[in-house]
Design a protein around this ligand. Structure first.
Ligand code: AMP
Length: 134
């Protein structure tokens, strides 16, 4: 069965999309640790990061770094943290989390955004990415 992220990539489930390339897709995490928490995923459905071949891994990191730069330019934070968990969704994804405090990296601290706030945030990040296209 297709993962929830494959359904998002195919547009079968809505998301607050940030960017996509031929191979990768980025969207806002629906239950964010902090404002701007973004997920970067390969379009090809692979379970674990350790299952990725070298090119896919390096491509995902390159994509995530570029999205991370746009987040740092958009969201007030000390830096963007990157982590890979995968306990909930078996489709490899990189969490990019704009961090001000360590608790935002714990996945036990969550913030609530309205749909309008998610959309406005995604708009700002997309506008920033237009300055440095992927
Ligand atoms: P994990 O697999 O443990 O790395 O966590 C999966 C992440 O995906 C969590 O942070 C969820 O909030 C996020 N998530 C799950 N479903 C969706 C969705 N439909 N849209 C955006 N983010 C999601």
């Amino acid at each position: 069965m297709a993962s929830i992220f494959t359904k998002i990539i195919k547009g079968e489930i809505p998301s607050y999309k940030i960017a996509e390339t031929e191979k990768f897709f980025a969207f806002l995490d629906i239950n964010p640790n902090a404002k701007g928490h973004t997920l970067c995923v390969p379009k090809r459905e692979v379970d674990k990061i350790t299952d990725l071949d070298r090119d896919s891994y390096l491509g995902l990191m390159d994509f995530a770094i570029k999205i991370g730069r746009a987040l740092e330019a958009t969201v007030r934070c000390k830096r963007v943290g990157m982590t890979v968990i995968g306990l909930e969704v078996p489709h490899v994804h990189v969490h990019l989390i704009p961090l001000n405090e360590m608790k935002e990296a714990t996945f036990q601290h969550k913030v609530r955004l309205s749909p309008a706030e998610f959309e406005a945030l995604a708009d700002k990040i997309r506008a920033e990415l237009k300055k440095n296209p992927l």
